[in-house]
Write a protein that binds this ligand. Structure first.
Ligand code: ZN
Length: 221
């Protein structure tokens, strides 16, 4: 049982950003990557805000929504890979599932808009509240012994942030069409929050000593 032991334990536990593997792999699409880019040269420094005044049109709102879902999907897929590397199959499977769900959302947005490829980010770049999209899981939350319950708590946190993000866009919208679309997204995220809460309710709570490894991995560095 010890040959396939994790060697990246420490990385996953304390990782700052990119951690064990290159974190962004936009599969040929630069959308999610650019979401992290600093404001373009020439752009006046802006305070970060959830989309700030960004969504001036429904298309712009939809491109935010797309980027958010796509980035969330990518991150969950990366988490699944990390968990697989640690032989934590149950949680890997859960993250895969979450990745599939978010990916489907992003595809639905393309379909709804009749877009054949991912939208271009706004000329100012995406302006999220933090360095990444509001539905993107934080890599520092990973632990190689984590249980489905923990994974779902991460997901819950992400859904709540996404809900707040769209709520704020709805509040700031000046066009009625944008407000309506943002409100619909917000309602969807509220529904996701509810679903994850239900899922959590039927998921066993971890024991207090869940992080205790009776056979800790050996480091070779
Ligand atoms: Zn969601």
């Amino acid at each position: 049982m010890s040959t396939r032991k994790p060697t990246r334990k420490r990385a996953a536990k304390t990782a700052k950003r990119p951690a064990p593997k290159p974190v962004k792999q936009p599969a040929g699409k630069a959308v999610a990557k650019r979401a992290e880019a600093p404001p373009r040269r020439g752009a006046a420094p802006r305070t970060r805000g959830p989309g700030a005044d960004a969504a001036r049109s429904v298309a712009e709102l939809m491109s935010y929504a797309y980027a958010l879902e796509a980035e969330a999907a990518e991150r969950y897929a990366e988490f699944a890979e990390v968990m697989e590397a640690h032989n934590n199959r149950e949680v890997a499977e859960l993250f895969r599932k979450l990745a599939r769900i978010e990916h489907k959302h992003s595809e639905q947005i393309l379909e709804e808009m009749g877009w054949t490829s991912p939208p271009r980010p706004p000329s100012t770049g995406y302006r999220w509240e933090g360095p990444e999209g509001p539905e993107t899981a934080d890599i520092t939350d990973l632990h190689y012994l984590m249980q489905p319950y923990h994974a779902l708590q991460i997901a819950l946190h992400n859904e709540k942030r996404a809900e707040k993000f769209f709520a704020s866009l709805a509040r700031k919208a000046t066009a009625a069409s944008v407000r309506k679309a943002a409100t619909e997204f917000m309602d969807e995220e509220t529904e996701h929050v509810r679903l994850i809460e239900e899922w959590l309710a039927r998921t066993p709570k971890p024991a207090k000593d869940w992080a205790l490894d009776p056979d800790p991995p050996a480091y070779h560095d």
